[in-house]
Design a protein. Structure first.
Length: 412
């Protein structure tokens, strides 16, 4: 089945690549950011939303489960989905509903991305189904399939889990570009850069500001910015030593001010609102300068133990020790349990073993966890945020899967 379905998707990709995208306008401030070393990506899977914002300085777009769900819920890909249902059933008579929906989701995600490739001639970051996040073999398999559809333009998003670290190492060994997503701290990304070697890692900075403010720990100002710049400086140091080629994405941006505040970071993924607001301000390019060496001051409220925030930007000796051990063993040779065991041995607190009940609680809380509910688990804040992000994507993927399931039921 996969060969037949993937072959049709490859044909669609070649069609998308053969078109000539219209030359977009440029923007002097965005050009200045590019000169400062920042790649500019637009954070949307919605073609109609992206089109008026696209400038020649943008080089990629990024989709995820939430953004793909938003596109699919509009109905714009319903006919594509129905045709895919027929193809999948023809190729695999008697396929069960769960497998059908997984395959259908793969097809639809490819088409969401290929619409963007066709329109802009840009790279596109595509995300895996969250159900494979703790399955190394399935993650590798789907990453290979996405890459084969459009090796010219697709960057594969793999979520940050212990199994994800191992899958990324295997995929990167095959030369497949990887955006290792759902990262929240310098230490998570330090481990990723040296053990897995992804093309890109992330700090979802807007959510870090929100979790501090929403939980009454402080005003939330500059928490994500500080974690982002700590990560950037760590990666720059590793790159100067020839130990990694990994680049950092400043993700989950929330305001146009952050564009200037984070100038010089390797990559921005700018949501449409941020891009629109930044363009509307007509920023003087001369006012933009690299902020990589800037120190961001974070304030916590009286009585709050600020050490809860330290894992976001500190790479301590325990993290270095566990990273050195795992890197020496070779990421392609590891399992998720190897990472968990090494983490426990060194006391780095990178990976908490969350129970199914705790995962369900995280889904109910949404993207921003209620920290008081998690004190007894001993989970570090970055690990807790990654859990929340993955569970949030699981909810949105569920809504997407439900629509695809209904569409499949209509096809007889």
């Amino acid at each position: 089945m996969a060969n037949r379905i993937d072959g049709k998707l490859r044909e669609a990709a070649l069609t998308a690549l053969s078109g000539e995208a219209a030359e977009p306008p440029g923007d002097a401030a965005l050009a200045r950011l590019r000169d400062l070393g920042t790649q500019l990506w637009l954070d949307t899977g919605n073609l109609e939303e992206a089109r008026p914002l696209w400038r020649r300085e943008f080089s990629a777009l990024t989709t995820n489960n939430t953004l793909a769900n938003q596109v699919v819920q509009t109905g714009v890909l319903d006919d594509v989905a129905r045709e895919a249902v027929r193809d999948i059933r023809d190729a695999t008579p008697g396929i069960d509903e769960g497998d059908l929906v997984m395959e259908l989701g793969f097809v639809i995600n490819c088409h969401v991305a290929l619409r963007l490739v066709r329109a802009f001639g840009a790279f596109c970051s595509v995300e895996l189904h969250p159900s494979v996040a703790e399955d190394t073999d399935r993650t590798v398999s789907y990453a290979q399939r996405y890459h084969a559809v459009c090796p010219e333009r697709f960057i594969i998003k793999i979520p940050l889990t212990p199994e994800g670290y191992c899958a990324v190492a295997r995929v990167r060994a095959q030369g497949i570009p990887v955006n290792y997503t759902l990262g929240f701290s310098a230490r998570q990304n330090y481990l990723a850069a040296l053990v897995s070697g992804p093309s890109y890692v992330n700090v979802f900075l807007g959510r870090l500001n929100a979790v501090v403010a929403d939980n009454g720990l402080g005003d939330g100002q500059y928490v994500g910015e500080k974690a982002t710049m700590a990560t950037q400086r760590a990666l720059l140091d590793l790159r100067s030593q020839g130990r990694t080629h990994t680049l950092l994405i400043a993700a989950s941006m929330r305001s146009a001010a952050q564009v200037a505040d984070l100038a010089g970071v390797d990559v921005f993924t700018m949501p449409p609102k941020v891009a629109k607001d930044f363009l509307a301000q007509e920023v003087n390019p001369a006012s933009l300068a690299s902020q990589v060496n800037r120190g961001f001051a974070v304030t916590v409220n009286p009585g709050v133990d600020g050490s809860v925030l330290e894992p976001l930007w500190a790479i301590d000796e325990r993290v270095v020790a566990v990273t050195d051990e795992l890197a020496a063993r070779g990421g392609v040779n590891l399992t998720g349990d190897d990472l968990r065991a090494a983490d426990a041995d060194h006391g780095a607190r990178l990976f908490c073993r969350f129970t199914p009940e705790q995962q369900a609680m995280s889904r109910a809380e949404g993207k921003i966890p209620v920290i008081a509910n998690w004190t007894a688990t001993g989970a570090a804040l970055d690990d807790l945020m990654t859990l929340a992000a993955l569970q949030s994507f699981t909810v949105d993927q569920g809504a997407l899967d439900d629509r695809l399931r209904r569409l499949a039921a209509e096809v007889v």
